[in-house]
Write a protein that binds this ligand. Structure first.
Ligand SMILES: Nc1ncnc2c1ncn2[C@@H]1O[C@H](COP(=O)(O)OP(=O)(O)OP(=O)(O)O)[C@@H](O)[C@H]1O
Ligand SMILES: [Mg+2]
Length: 489
């Protein structure tokens, strides 16, 4: 039951260096003393008596974490210097030194984006704390930026592939929650990849070296489920000739994945709740309890909230497990992923079956795109496996779909190359979006699931002028549902 470690992709990492401080004060003696102190604290310091020179160095060298600057100087004020630098690097943190007479200005500087200000004469203990906090904030901001870029470029993650904005959001969420101990509940139709997400969370967490154990609550009769989860002591029941460890104990320090958690009986729900509340497990027939440190991830196809409302699922347990929900979108809502998934599975099965298949014909992909995929990614995977197995030549063609649920799919067979058809679709999509939002770029970007800056690039690329839609009132139905995101890149 233990999982293999999925480590196809290298994890994102940030190389940490000694933090760099740009130190600016027109009082040469302060500058020297401060430089020495900061270097003793382990920082790299670039001191400047002249704010304009400091700015030139900032622009040329880049990579400063913190600007420590006097407010009142000849030439630029501390705030002006900060504002110039922030244009170059919005993650820069600034601490401003100020005399009592200029506190108001310092408050203004904080409003304009400074981390904090410190009044002169400088209390060095206070400064030390402020510097550490400001640098921590900057490191965090950089990490967030880094991860955002990482996922913009990354189409696969711990064995999962996906290029749609919806999947990229899921990759990001996995990264965010993996290091915590929070219970995760994964909702989604069958075959959407719930178990894959659970595994990714485990392998991205500090628990990666401990076991990941999966159990399907629907596949096991109730009496056995209790035995599986909590174990039993010798003699607990007829036939219990030896004691048995339950999965909660086996998964100690690791992750327990409970699939189909909605299928558990009410008494089992109560028993699970007790374990979650106390962190203690009592084996069947046993007196002694054992503590266990398990991260729980649950999955279900069902709407647990609705089950709670109908009295089918315990409300207290629901709130215990519904801590961090993840909703897996069905494949039909992220058709941009079909091409990538198809290629992924094609590679997998061609190499597994040692076939000489060069590729797949475009009309097969058209059929894939037109189909609804009720069985989601699993169904796609199975179909590709079938096609690879059945393919007599070196190209998978439409005739092979004959005995599959895709046999009668009507596709608008276009003679155009896929890229051209895709461009046409995106252009029509964008036009409709701007019609709907009356040219409002922020709203349109939100609906498309894009960052504003990226969205800007996208519609520029397609030569669209949002201003033209300012007074639009007629909404033309897009080919896809409005709001459905277009391909990520
Ligand atoms: N994004 C993806 N990339 C690659 N393979 C995927 C992806 N999503 C799902 N799969 C594959 O599809 C199959 C089904 O995935 P998984 O078992 O995680 O789905 P599930 O939601 O747990 O389904 P069920 O509800 O039936 O248990 C697996 O073989 C899995 O490897
Ligand atoms: Mg599953």
């Amino acid at each position: 039951m233990n999982a293999k470690q999925n480590s196809q992709n290298s994890k994102p990492h940030i190389i940490e260096e000694r933090p760099r401080i740009l130190l600016v004060d027109d009082d040469q003696s302060i500058l020297e003393v401060m430089k020495m102190r900061l270097e003793l604290m382990g920082y790299q310091v670039s001191p400047f008596p002249d704010p304009e020179d400091a700015y030139k160095a900032f622009k040329k060298e880049g990579g400063f974490d913190l600007l420590l600057t006097d407010q009142k100087m000849a030439g630029l004020t501390g705030q002006e210097l900060m504002e110039l630098c922030l244009k170059e690097d919005p993650t820069l943190q600034t601490i401003i030194f100020t005399a009592y007479g200029t506190i108001e200005q310092a408050v203004e500087a904080v409003k304009a984006g400074a981390y904090s200000f410190i009044t002169k004469p400088i209390n060095h203990e206070e400064l030390t704390v402020q510097i550490e906090q400001a640098i921590e904030k900057r490191t965090l901001l950089r990490k967030i930026r880094y991860l955002e870029n990482f996922f913009e470029e990354q189409d696969s993650f711990e064995g999962m592939v996906g290029t749609s904005p919806k999947m990229k959001e899921i990759f990001k969420k996995i990264m965010q929650i993996a290091p915590t101990k929070a219970t995760v509940s994964i909702y989604g139709e069958s075959g959407t990849g719930k178990e894959l997400v659970a595994r990714a969370i485990h392998f991205y967490s500090k628990r990666a070296k401990a076991p990941f154990i999966a159990i399907n609550c629907a596949a096991i009769p109730e009496t056995l489920l209790e035995d599986e989860l909590f174990g039993h002591v010798k003699g607990a029941f007829t036939g219990a000739t030896a004691s048995k460890e339950g999965l909660f104990t086996q998964a100690d320090k690791g992750t327990l994945f409970m699939d189909e958690v909605g299928e558990m009986s009410k008494p089992m729900q109560a028993k699970l709740l007790r374990v979650l509340e106390t962190g203690e497990v009592r084996p069947v027939g046993g007196e002694k309890v054992r503590t266990t440190d398990v991260r729980l991830i649950v999955a279900t196809k069902r709407d647990l909230k609705e089950m709670v409302d109908k009295g089918e699922f315990r409300e207290d347990l629901y709130y215990r497990i519904h801590v961090v929900p993840i909703y897996m979108p069905p494949l039909r809502e992220r058709k941009e992923d079909i091409l990538l998934l198809t290629t992924h599975f094609l590679e997998k099965f061609v190499s597994k079956m040692e076939k000489r298949i060069r590729g797949i014909e475009e009309d097969v992909l058209d059929a894939f795109n037109a189909y609804d995929w009720p069985g989601n990614v699993r169904e796609l995977e199975n179909i590709v496996e079938y096609l690879v197995a059945m393919c007599p030549g070196n190209v998978i063609d439409i005739s092979l779909l004959e005995n599959t649920p895709l046999a009668n799919i009507k596709t608008e067979r276009s003679i155009k190359p896929l890229r051209e058809a895709k461009d046409e679709f995106i252009k029509a999509y964008l036009e409709n979006l701007f019609q709907k939002t009356k040219g409002n770029i922020t709203k349109a970007a939100q609906e498309a699931g894009y960052y504003r800056a990226d969205f800007y690039k996208l519609f520029k690329k397609y030569g669209i002028d949002p201003k033209k839609y300012k007074h639009a009132s007629k909404i033309i139905e897009p080919k896809k549902k409005a709001g459905q995101p277009v391909e990520g890149r």
